[in-house]
Ligand binder design. Sequence first.
Ligand code: XIL
Length: 388
Amino acid sequence: MEVENNMDGLSRRRVLLGAAALGGLGALEMRDPSARELKDAPCGAHALPPGSEQPSLAALAARQGRFFGAAVKDPLFTDAPFRRLVAEQCNILVCTYSMKWRFLEPEPGQFDFRRADRYVEFAEEHGMPIRGHTLVWDRAEPAWLGDELHRNGFTVVERHIRGVAGHYAGRLRSWDVVNEAVWPEDGRADRLKNNVFLRTLGPSYIEAAFTVAREADPTALLYYNANPAPYASERNREHFEGVIALLERLLSRGVPVQGLGLQGHLAAASADEFDEATLVWFYERATALGLEIMITELDVSDKWLPTDVALRDLRVAQMYRRFLDVTLAFPAVKGVLSWGLTDRFTGHNRWPRDDGWAVRALPYDHCMRPKLARREIAEAFLAHDPDR
Ligand code: XIL
């Protein structure tokens, strides 16, 4: 939704209905979105008072045996304040793009792990687990993938999974083996997305991917990473149901899947449609299936809210809190990862707000000071602290 959110000409209704990223803009991934000329509040205005970053979100989460982390991209290695913030606030990491297919296997059978290895080394140096994201996703494919799949079928997927999951075997906490494979709008009875994998390989590509991933890395927890949006609509409910139905099918066939990721790309402007009942149903069903759950890509867009920064920060913070209050009530939820941690490095600003102001979707502002959203995330963890 991060991407869909920002596309011109898409109505708000459209975004409410669809949660997935349209993503897939390879060249743009490298660019720092903060390089754009965007209007924003002066550095630190609307920030919480000094000291508000303690206790760290990692410490609050760890007290209840949970993770708090962030998706990180290359500024981790060039921007010292960002690196400090990540080291201080996170106890788990994921790469925003460096472990996607087009980066790891830019040419058929030619792997390049240099970039991704740096993240794994960083995580290991800081004693943080790292999630692998993602082995099979139709929006991160290299240009050659479609032709190769037509020519060589599942062996192309198998080579990728063995190459990548094999390279990192034993070093990653989990893999998003398959990402965003459910899409009711495509009209299939099984609600699977009519993506390039489905068209060339049929629906069995999903279970085959998990089976190969298990062989390639016997210890990583294997996840399906889902992107339904928790806002009331027939289509979103179908999406949540489709995800659970997929996991039921996989588990009933003995497919090795242990985890369910819910991305959590939220929109503050849709708060009135927040569908708590469906979210609770989803967590209950996942729990009953014995899956661990992780919120894998949390952010709250402030698009469609008025320009006023204080108001936007408040509404964004409230959306974080509402979502986390429902979510953290479920013991199967093992952690929460923010999709970027700071407004400085959010992908949202590649498609800015209509008023030309920067999007403030993350718990820290563009100069890495904590915002109201950060306080509400902390409060949500505190509210679920067993020792409280
Ligand atoms: C997004 C990144 O944030 C963007 O920078 C990139 O252009 C596209 O991918 N679902 C996912 C994430 O699983 O990998 C996507 O990340 C957002 C939607």
